[in-house]
Design a protein around this ligand. Structure first.
Ligand code: SF4
Ligand code: SF4
Length: 459
């Protein structure tokens, strides 16, 4: 029996449930009515100025790192979030452009860009915006990434969110599922039903259908058919970006010339920067780092523990964990975060240059290589971690779990056992976005790093 076949003229079930190109009327809002918003009395200006201060303080911290590459100045500018880039996106919108936001790494940028719309990834790292969302989410124990992202929209504090014509929300975990649902009270949302088990033809077919719906909605939004040539241009543009990032990782593997915090920042700014300009600037950074390597410059003593950062996403400007690690005389030499290297690995590989062939390549790329803990069984994550540990000569792993992120908390226990068998110490650290636990986390991380140093001395 074919369970997904439709009767002639029958609409797609998702189309029945949602109309993702038009906003809900006030009476249709289910979670955040105008009355609730008004009663909250959110102080937008105060929130905005706290957010701007948070960014500036963090940029100052990064700028004070020793021997920092000068080419990072470009990325600092984009990292200001409210500045240059927000103005560019506003101009794009004023000229009739469409902006499509996404909430996770499962949304194919290549397809959004091929439609002529601008893709932006919108997860928030601001602790200032988590407050308003608590009123709606209550004691559900959802992770701070979701609270902060919802609060950001409730407080109308993100220029990018405000400019979104459509938000694409995959459903990898309960928190993201509900976030997408609640955000429909603010912006047209297309939910992408992500299969949690990758194997099997039905799951692949379901995912292909979801991507097909996304393409239809984008064509409706932009009024333009996505052509073979558009797909080709767009895929190649992102392939160049991935290749530039790979070069950055290569130089990082060869010499200690880039702070881990900078590597995370570069990766993450690909979320909302102009991707071609971002690629050019990654090349400039790589050239400078190669020069530093040739001149024998390093940013830190070669006795510093070589750390890999893994676990829940870490979203700019909340650099609390990376700051603590590197301020404790250790170097983050690699990561496996979906908010950094994982998002820029595995470019789309096209076997057949037809439009269908390219769409199939995108469908595969955004499902199969992903090692997000939302998948079961996800053995690829273990292999991926072990390979990276060997490649980057990692001496200790810090596994970060955002409070409420059950998927990563579960993986942490399992992965610790696997790494211990390989003689790699791992430390799991649970955190919120707030800064109140800074000193407590610092003390615990320093103790772990001492242990890693002792182990290096023995070897
Ligand atoms: S861990 Fe998985 S579900 Fe969570 S943000 Fe990353 S990719 Fe998305
Ligand atoms: S951090 Fe964890 S709980 Fe939060 S959205 Fe990502 S996978 Fe879901």
């Amino acid at each position: 029996m074919n369970l997904i076949s439709k009767k002639k003229g029958e609409k797609n079930v998702q189309d029945e449930k949602l109309n993702p190109l038009s906003s809900l009327k006030a009476s249709e809002k289910r979670y955040v009515s105008d009355k609730i918003l008004n009663n909250l009395g959110i102080k937008k200006e105060q929130t905005l100025s706290a957010m701007k201060k948070f960014i500036e303080d963090e940029i100052k911290k990064l700028q004070s790192m020793s021997q920092r590459a000068q080419s990072m100045a470009y990325f600092d500018d984009i990292a200001r979030y409210f500045g240059t880039r927000a103005e560019e996106v506003a101009k794009f919108k004023d000229a009739g452009g469409h902006v499509v936001g996404s909430l996770c790494m499962f949304v194919p940028n290549e397809i959004i860009a091929a439609s002529g719309a601008l893709p932006l990834r919108l997860g928030s790292g601001f602790h200032e915006t988590a407050g308003p969302a608590n009123v709606i989410l209550g004691d559900a124990g959802l992770c701070p990434l979701v609270k902060s992202t919802l609060g950001m929209r409730m407080a109308a504090c993100s220029p990018y969110f405000e400019m979104c014509d459509l938000l694409v929300a995959p459903t990898p975990c309960d928190a993201k599922l509900k976030l997408g649902e609640i955000l429909q009270d603010f912006v047209p949302v297309l939910m992408l039903n992500l299969p949690r088990i990758k194997s099997g033809a039905v799951n692949r077919r379901q995912w292909a259908e979801e991507i097909g719906i996304l393409m239809d909605k984008l064509e409706l939004l932009t009024g333009k058919k996505i052509k073979r040539k558009d797909m080709k241009v767009s895929i190649e543009k992102y392939q160049r970006a991935y290749s530039a990032y790979r070069e950055l990782m290569n130089i990082r593997r060869e010499a200690d010339v880039l702070w881990g915090r900078d590597a995370l920042l570069v990766a993450q700014l690909s979320y909302y920067d102009d991707i071609e300009r971002w690629t050019q600037n990654v090349h400039k950074l790589v050239a400078e780092l190669k020069q530093m390597k040739e001149e024998g410059k390093t940013i830190i003593s070669d006795e510093a523990p070589r750390i890999m950062l893994a676990g829940s996403p870490i979203i700019w400007p909340n650099w609390k964990i990376p700051d603590i690690i590197e301020e404790s005389d250790a170097l983050i030499v690699a990561d496996e975060l979906c908010s950094a290297t994982r998002a820029l690995s595995n470019p789309v590989v096209v076997d057949e240059n037809t439009k269908r062939g390219m769409i199939d390549a995108v469908i595969e790329r955004y499902l199969f290589p992903c090692t997000c803990p939302c998948f079961s069984p996800n053995l690829e994550r273990d292999d991926n971690l072990l390979n990276r540990i060997r490649d980057y000569k990692v001496q200790g792993v810090i596994f970060h779990v955002l409070k409420g992120c059950h998927l990563n908390a579960l993986d942490a226990t399992r992965i610790k056992g696997i790494l211990e068998e390989e003689g790699i110490p791992m430390f799991t650290i649970e955190s919120e976005y707030v800064m109140g636990d800074y000193q407590q986390i610092k003390l615990r991380l320093e103790a772990f790093l001492e242990m890693v140093r002792a182990q290096i001395d023995i070897i």
